[in-house]
Design a protein around this ligand. Sequence first.
Ligand code: NI
Length: 159
Amino acid sequence: MAIRQIRLDSDPILRKKSREVENIDDKILTLLDDMVETLDVAQGVGLAGPQVGVLKRVIIVNVDECYKMINPEILETSEPELGSEGCLSVPGYVGMVTRPKKVKAKFTDETGNERIIEAEGLEARCICHEIDHLNGILYTDLTEEVYTLEELENLEKDE
Ligand code: NI
C-alpha cells in the first residue's frame, strides 16, 4: 500500500466528473487500498478518487465501519438537516451544509458484489459528500457558511 497525495481545492481535477468503474482489476484494488491508507494517515472519514488524482467512481467512507465503494449511488434520501462538515481538500475550514439525515445507497464492493446500505447522521453526510466529489462538486459550492476552525469556535461561543 502507498500513501497518495491529496489534491487541494485549487486543483482543476476536483472539478471534473469521474467515470464509472467497469472492471475491478488489480489497479482498482490497489487504488482502494491506497485510499484507505491515505485516509487513515490524514485522519479523515471519507475520500474520493479525484482527491487522489484519479477520475474513477470510487470512494472510501470510514465512519462506523470502513466501506470501499465502487460506483456508489444514492437510492433514497430522508428529510434534510443542517450540519457541519469539512474536506481534506479544503484543509482548515468547516462549513454548514444541508444534507439528508438518512440515505439508502448502493455500490459494488471490491469482490464485485452489489451492496445496499442504509446510513444516517455523519455516515449519510459523508456518503453524500464523497459522491459529490465524483461529480466535481465540493461542499463549499453548497453553502455560503464556510468558517475557519477558530471562527466556528467564536460563533459557537456567541450563541
Ligand atoms: Ni471532501
